[in-house]
Design a protein around this ligand. Structure first.
Ligand code: ATP
Ligand code: MG
Ligand code: MG
Ligand code: MG
Length: 565
C-alpha cells in the first residue's frame, strides 16, 4: 500500500488539550480525529489496528464457544424501564424520540436486549449454557470524556452474555470467558492484572476486572507479588474529594455545612457521580487521620424501604461499599451505581462520626419492580463498621506479601450476574425435571477502542507509537529515502511485492518528502519494522530498523524476507 494514497494526517505539534501519551501520539500519528468531545473518527491506520484486535477477539471467542451476533444500538426505552435501568442510568443515557413520540435510547451496554432475545428463543436447558457476543459501538454520556479514545462517549465494546440453567453452567461459561480474555490480552501484547473488582481488601469471586497498569490509569490497584490484586475504588477521586470538603469539627457540627454539593464536587474533580459516591462510601470507613470520614447516603424519590437500608448499614459486607455489595444489600441492580440522582449536600462530621445523607434515585418501574429506596439521615460512629484501616503500601497483605499500589486502565470486566435480569424480563427455561427456572446470566465486556489506548500507553515512547506485531496496522514500513530516484522507488516496489507475497502487510512511503520528515513520521506511526532503501540500494542492500529497540542492521535484498520473519 502506498502512503501517498493513505489518509495519515500526522502532526508535528502535540494537540493542545491532550494529557495522555496515548492520546497525544495517536492524534499526532494521524490515527484518530476528534469530531466532538469524546466522539472520535478512526482513520485508516487506527481502523486497521481495530480490525486486528477484532480478529483476535473473534478467534478467541470462537475457541471459547461463543458466537457473534448483533443487536441494534437503538433500543426502546420501555425495555430499559422494565429492568429499572432507564432511571438508574439517568443522564448517562442518550435518549431520543421518533416521529410517533416513541422513546429510545442508544445502548450503553446490552443485557436487556440480549435477555429478551434469549427469553423468546430458548425454552429448554438442553440449549444451555449458551454464550452470545457482539462487537458494537456503545454510547455513554460520560461527564468527562478524556484521554483520547480511552474514555469516549461512543466507543467500541465487545460484550458477551452467557445464559445457563444452573450454577455449573454459569461457572463453565465464566471460566471460558476468563480464559478467552487472558488469550486476547496476551495476544494483543498488553500487560495486565486480573483484579477483584470488589474492594481493596476482600472480594468475591464473582466479578473480576482486567486492568492494564499505566500511569494514566484511573483505577488504583492494590496488589502483592503473591498474586493478590484488587481494585481500590477510585482512590484518586476519594482523596481529592475529601481534601476539598473536609474540615475537622465536632459531632453534629458540620464542618462545611451545605458548602459543596456532590454536583459541584464532581464537576471540579471531573469524576462522575457514581465514582464520587463509591469514593465517599469507601472514605467513610477508613478513618484516616488526615481526612474526616464522609459518607453520602441514597435517597430515592419513591417509597422508602428502611429495612433494606438498615440491613445494609449493619451488615459487614457494606464495609466494602463496593458496587456489588450495594447491589446485593440494597437490592439495586448492577449498573445502578453509575450516575445516580444525588442532590444532597455532602455533610462532614468530626472524629469518628459520619452523617449519612445520600439521595439515590435508581431503578423504578411502573409495575413495582426493584428500587433502591435509601432515605436515611442519621449519624453513627465509623467504628460501628468494624475495621476501617486504610490499606497502606508496604503493609503485609492476606497472602503474606507486602502491599503495592499501581494505577491501571480497566480494559475488561467479567461478571456473574445471576438471575436479576431474567427475573425482571421473565427469561425462563425448563430444567431437567421439567420445571421452569430463571436463566442464570453472566456478562463480559472489553473496551475494544480503549485497548488501543492501553497498548499505546504501555508501549509508546517520545518519538511515537510502538505497536506489537499482532495488532500493528502494517508489518513493515518500506521507506525509499528519495522517492524521486527511480532506482530507489523500483527497489521499494520490488520489496513490497516480495514481502506481500510472503504474507506481510507493507506500507511504502512513496511520498516525495525529505528523509527527515519520512523517518519522523515512521517513528510516529510505529510499524514494528522499517526497511530503508537509500544509497546502498544500488548494491542491493537495505537497512532494517526495529521500532521497539531502535536496533538496525544491513541486509541484502534477497535475504530480507527471511530477516523479517
Ligand atoms: P469505567 O470504570 O472505566 O468507567 P465501566 O466499568 O463503566 O468502565 P463496563 O460497563 O464494565 O465499563 O464496560 C466494559 C468495558 O468497556 C470496560 O471494561 C472498558 O474497557 C470499556 N469502557 C467503558 N466505558 C468506556 C468509555 N467511556 N470509553 C471507552 N471504553 C469504555
Ligand atoms: Mg463507567
Ligand atoms: Mg469500571
Ligand atoms: Mg466495569
Amino acid at each position: 500500500m502506498k502512503q501517498s494514497k493513505l489518509l495519515i494526517p500526522t502532526k508535528k505539534e502535540n494537540p493542545s488539550d491532550a494529557e495522555a501519551l496515548s492520546h497525544i501520539m495517536m492524534e499526532r500519528a494521524g490515527y484518530i480525529y476528534q469530531i466532538s468531545a469524546g466522539v472520535w473518527a478512526y482513520l485508516p491506520l487506527a481502523y486497521r489496528v481495530i480490525r486486528k484486535v477484532k480478529g483476535i477477539i473473534q478467534e478467541e471467542m470462537e475457541k471459547a464457544g461463543a458466537y457473534e451476533m448483533e443487536t441494534p444500538s437503538m433500543l426502546p426505552a420501555d425495555l430499559w424501564r422494565q429492568t429499572g435501568r432507564y432511571e438508574a442510568y439517568g443522564d448517562t443515557l442518550y435518549k431520543f424520540k421518533d416521529h410517533n413520540d416513541r422513546e429510545y435510547i442508544l445502548g450503553p451496554t446490552d443485557e436487556e436486549a440480549m435477555t429478551e432475545i434469549l427469553r423468546d428463543s430458548v425454552k429448554s436447558y438442553k440449549k444451555l449454557p449458551l454464550v452470545v457476543y457482539q462487537i458494537t459501538d456503545k454510547f455513554r454520556n460520560e461527564p468527562r470524556p478524556r484521554y483520547g479514545v480511552l474514555r469516549g462517549k461512543e466507543f467500541s465494546m465487545l460484550d458477551a452474555y452467557s445464559f445457563a440453567a444452573d450454577e455449573e453452567g454459569l461457572d463453565e461459561a465464566y471460566q471460558a470467558q476468563a480464559k478467552a480474555y487472558h488469550n486476547i490480552f496476551d495476544r494483543a501484547g498488553l500487560h495486565y492484572k486480573v483484579i477483584l473488582a470488589d474492594s481493596g481488601t476482600i472480594g468475591g469471586d464473582n466479578s473480576q476486572e482486567f486492568s492494564a497498569p499505566a500511569e494514566i490509569g484511573e483505577d488504583v490497584i492494590v496488589y502483592t507479588d503473591g498474586g493478590y490484586a484488587a481494585n481500590l475504588e477510585k482512590a484518586t477521586a476519594k482523596f481529592d474529594a475529601v481534601q476539598q470538603t473536609a474540615e475537622p469539627g465536632k459531632l453534629e457540627k458540620k464542618a462545611t455545612p451545605g458548602a459543596h454539593t456532590v454536583d459541584e464536587a464532581c464537576a471540579s474533580l471531573g469524576v462522575d457521580q457514581g465514582q464520587m459516591i463509591k469514593s465517599m462510601l469507601y472514605m467513610a470507613k477508613m478513618g484516616e487521620d488526615d481526612y474526616q470520614p464522609v459518607m453520602v447516603l441514597m435517597r430515592g424519590n419513591d417509597e422508602v424501604n428502611e429495612t433494606k437500608v438498615e440491613n445494609a448499614l449493619d451488615c459487614e459486607e457494606l464495609e466494602l461499599a463496593s458496587e456489588e455489595d450495594t447491589v446485593k444489600y440494597l437490592g439495586a441492580h448492577p449498573g445502578s451505581l453509575g450516575p445516580v440522582g444525588v442532590g444532597e449536600d455532602v455533610k462532614i462530621l468530626a472524629d469518628n462520626y459520619v452523617k449519612v445523607l445520600v439521595n439515590m434515585a435508581c431503578g423504578a418501574n411502573d409495575d413495582g419492580h426493584h428500587y433502591v429506596n435509601a432515605n436515611i439521615d442519621r449519624d453513627f460512629r465509623v467504628d460501628q463498621f468494624g475495621d476501617f484501616r486504610n490499606v497502606q503500601e508496604g503493609e503485609i497483605a492476606p497472602d503474606g506479601y507486602p502491599i503495592k499500589f499501581t494505577n491501571g486502565i480497566e480494559i475488561g470486566h467479567i461478571f456473574k450476574l445471576g438471575t436479576g435480569y431474567s427475573k425482571k424480563l421473565g427469561a425462563q427455561v425448563l430444567d431437567k425435571n421439567g420445571r421452569l427456572v430463571d436463566m442464570i446470566m453472566g456478562c463480559y465486556g472489553i473496551g475494544v477502542t480503549r485497548m488501543l489506548s492501553a497498548v499505546a500507553e504501555q508501549n509508546a515512547d517520545e518519538n511515537g507509537l510502538v505497536w506489537p506485531d499482532s495488532i500493528a496496522p502494517f508489518d513493515v514500513h518500506v521507506i525509499p529515502v528519495n522517492a524521486k530516484k527511480d532506482e530507489q522507488m523500483a527497489m521499494a516496489n520490488e520489496l513490497e511485492q516480495q514481502l506481500t507475497a510472503a504474507g506481510y502487510e507493507v506500507l511504502v512511503d512513496d511520498r516525495k518528502e525529505r528523509a527527515g520528515v519520512k523517518f519522523a513520521d515512521s517513528d510516529l506511526i510505529g510499524i514494528p519494522l522499517r526497511v530503508t532503501v537509500g544509497k546502498k540500494a544500488a548494491d542491493g542492500i537495505v537497512e532494517v530498523k526495529i521500532r521497539k529497540t531502535g536496533e538496525t542492521l544491513e541486509v541484502k535484498q534477497e535475504e530480507l524476507v527471511n530477516t523479517v520473519g
